[in-house]
Write a new protein. Sequence first.
Length: 820
Amino acid sequence: RTALRGLDTDVPSITKSVVNHVQTSLARQAYNLDNLGAYQAAALSVRDNLILNWNDTQMHYTRKAPKRAYYLSLEFLMGRTLDNALLNLGLKDKYQEGVHQLGFNLEDILEQERDAALGNGGLGRLAACYLDSSASQELPVWGYGLRYKYGIFQQLIGPDGSQLEAPDPWLQQGDNPWELPRLDVTYEVRFYGHAERLDGMKAIWSGGQEVVAMAYDTMIPGYDTKSTNNLRLWESKPKRGFDLQSFNAGDYERAVESSNSAEAITSVLYPNDHTTFGKELRLKQQYFWTAASLADIMRRFKNLGKPITEFPDYVAIQLNDTHPTLAIPELMRIFIDEEDVPWDAAWQLVTNTFFFTNHTVLPEALEKWPVPLMQSLLPRHMQIIFDIHYLHVAVEKKFPGDRDKFARMSLIEEGYPQQVRMANLACIGSRKVNGVAELHSELVRTTIMKDFVDYYGISKFANVTNGITPRRWLDQCNPGLSKLISETLKLPKAAFLKDLFKLEGLLKFVDDPIFQKKWAAIKQSNKERLAHYVETTLGLKINTHAMFDVQIKRLHEYKRQTLNIMGVIHRYLTLKDMTPEQRKTVNPKVVFFAGKAAPGYYIAKLTIRLIVNAARIINSDPETKDILQLYFLPDYSVSLAEVLIPASDISQHISTAGTEASGTSNMKFCLNGGLLVGTVDGANIEIAEEVGENNVFFFGHLTPAVEDLRYQHMYHAVPIEQKCPPLARVLNEVSAGRFGDGSVYEPLLNTIRQHDYYLLTEDFDSYIQALQLVDEAYQDRTEWIKKSIRTSAKMGKFSSDRAIQDYAQEYWNIESTKPE
Ligand code: 26Q
């Protein structure tokens, strides 16, 4: 029996440990310490607990040798760690008291921590929620990713209202207390060189350039358990410091060249979601990361001393989108070239190991890489991909004569140059393929993977609806609500934070006026917390008695922030048309936007510029500023989401039907009692199924109509003045310069006037109607609060604990296990 060791966690021991870290680790004095120092000392003290739990958990995994799952993701959008670690360890109250005794306020200390922002958005945050849920359910799951020196860029708004980007040097706040550098865990990764075929299917890959991958381990504590999992992030380093010969010869640039090019690999997260392929450095990142991760997984497997044929009995690997698809040819290479496994057996093992999650059906977002680039950077992998192509896509046998089908299923897209289709490779190399919400998974089956469904049968193609962790997205971001729920249900917080279906107990209290009052008071105080944040950071005063309407997500045409801003402008124009008496009857509303645009995404950046400049005009108009305010909050982040989401009355999830794979913030808003206005898309649909359609404000065309409408737009375009006069008026006002130089916005306006690929002109009228219904519903505040309670009560399904259970049981075949 291995007893878990633990540090003393009474308040005096905690203060002692914090002071100790101040004096020793930080070499400072406790009496003139600032908040940053207090954060660092508190973090180091909490980390001591994590390390012990982490060690015991990992030792247990090594001894027991259960089947493990590995989550390969190029993004982990973790946000801050201290608050989460305190909650999961059950030490929050004690540290609150401990730091208070030392003259600090825990909230202020928590604010000192920089976000770990190693992700763009939904996909990266999903990975972070899944790690929390895996550890909380004591599942043997590790994450593998890259330790970027710079995370997602910092967003600034320039004087003309446009987005500017600055680097995110997140590691420059002193040592990162949440990671453990593993100087002894290193692997060499090769690029370029030659692949020489031997007899049979084997080859030797040699020459080229070698770089070193070094591990950094981040501890992932489970909630209410000592189980603490691992997130292993790789850093690239030169194989040999630098070229001393060139240095001595006075060629200093040459001397650091190779070391720079090695370090470049993990220097920065690519800030694009959905597009921009073909960049050699991105492909290098992908291979560097998959090669290091697989070498590590293989080493761990070999330590078990099992025959290689049992590999899939001990290892399941989840591919988070196509980004880690090179893991498939890499594992083939290891089996064939290094382990002497025959081709067919190797392929059998590989296809029993991998599972692939798709996160998009947008055709332009499907990852492709030029064959010549692959051939030069990864010659052996390109051979293997061609071999897979010839041996396993034997489609012609099954569907003789269907050359189109063969072309669509091919791993290689013809053209100049030829390109490797990563989604096809990920599909055929995996045991199962899943989408991230019911509608999305159905679209995967009927559109991008249709031919593969015919080939493999339907059972390979399934759904796991996304989820969110209720620890961060309820208890941490909304402690008041969590406390009220606990008191009302007469349950300890752990009961519903571990089984979110327990929230259904709130349904009994929907009609209780006292409970309604308390529920509403919490929303109000969250609105004030947000207003306080905006006032202290941006110097703006917000009317907290207004309805708060929020759209926060990456800027993208398919997400239709443009529809929202056109709706705001329409509202403004309508208010201007009213008499002062009429305006007095209008309920005030504050509209918030936040989100980053990919630095090269011109139209998305123009949308930001329009929002910012419209806000300047609208917020300073004396006739309307009391009833309509508009804000673009810069530098959206996990931490900002934690303030915005609990304050929202209504949030917008308004993608063109069929384009948003799932969405996850929709779940976060609902869990915090916010209602949704949205299209019939992604997880909105399943949310409505849970909460009842009368509690969601749906609008717009449905997915099956979208294709026909686009066809009509192409061939029978109707001018916008006829199709949608109110929207035409809005565009004309923007064009005429009402919100600053109109000519600036012409390219954005033309996307709507000309092709209108995302169907704003088709959905605008029903969108405005839906917002009208929102206004009317908000008038009856009691009825609104009831909707809010019902919505939150029905969010059980959207816990990431449920999603991870799905993966663990239906895909990975792993079980919970923890040290005795
Ligand atoms: C790929 C190649 C080259 C450069 C960048 C990329 C890249 C990077 C990030 C492509 C896509 C992403 C991110 C995608 C993403 O966040 N998708 C979202 O995933 C969520 C979780 O499943 C869903 O809820 C969202 O609907 C989906 O848009």
